[in-house]
Design a protein around this ligand. Structure first.
Ligand code: COA
Length: 165
């Protein structure tokens, strides 16, 4: 039977750290759905369509990956609907643990058939987070080591739009 995992996140934007976690997940699962979901506590820079296009471009060479959007509803229900047995989350540092622990136990309560699997990215990405990358990029800093060139190009566009205002 095909082992399907979902890898959810806001991915605003998708970073090389996310890609690292995805590649590790692909060594365990036959198929991984990257699920762009909204975190109600965050407002985003990139639209869902932009994030979707960027992630499709970044992962085009990874067979077994599909990029999906959770427009509404619970992730646990989505996992059930698509037949996923695992939710993949990246753990970068100890401080991620408390939030991830809470999220995974709630998801288990909502869907006991789904298990959260935590994967650690390469140590060089442990201090990378989308919000800090956004801040540095929009202030004109170099983030080329942390994101794919297509994300860099999109940042340039946003930076120019912001500058023109
Ligand atoms: N490399 C780089 N950055 C990483 C990373 C890695 N390997 N792993 C995590 N991060 C960063 C992200 O960039 C993000 O940074 P930011 O806070 O600066 O944006 C942060 O760690 C965690 O964000 P993300 O992975 O995008 O998750 P999230 O906490 O924003 O998203 C959802 C949480 C979307 C999965 C959750 O809100 C959800 O499931 N929503 C759907 C609705 C639902 O079911 N809610 C109930 C949940 S119990």
């Amino acid at each position: 039977m095909e082992r399907l995992a979902i890898y959810p996140g806001t991915f605003d934007p998708f970073t090389n750290g996310h890609l690292d976690v995805l590649e590790r997940a692909l060594t365990i699962f036959d198929k991984v759905y990257i699920v762009i979901a909204e975190n109600s506590k965050k407002s985003s820079l990139f639209t869902v369509d932009e994030r979707c296009r960027l992630i499709r471009e970044i992962t085009a060479a990874n067979s077994g990956v599909s990029v999906e959007v959770l427009h509404s509803g619970l992730l646990a229900e989505y996992a059930h609907a698509v037949g996923a047995t695992a939710i993949v989350r990246g753990l970068r540092q100890v401080k991620d643990f408390e939030y991830e622990f809470q999220l995974s136990l709630l998801n288990r309560h909502l869907n006991p058939e789904v298990t959260t699997v935590f994967l650690m990215p390469n140590v060089k990405y442990t201090y990378v987070a989308s919000s800090i990358i956004r801040e540095v990029a929009l202030l004109g800093g170099d983030v080329s080591k942390f994101v794919h060139p297509c994300v860099l190009a999109m940042f340039k566009k946003k930076y120019e739009e912001q500058d023109a205002q």
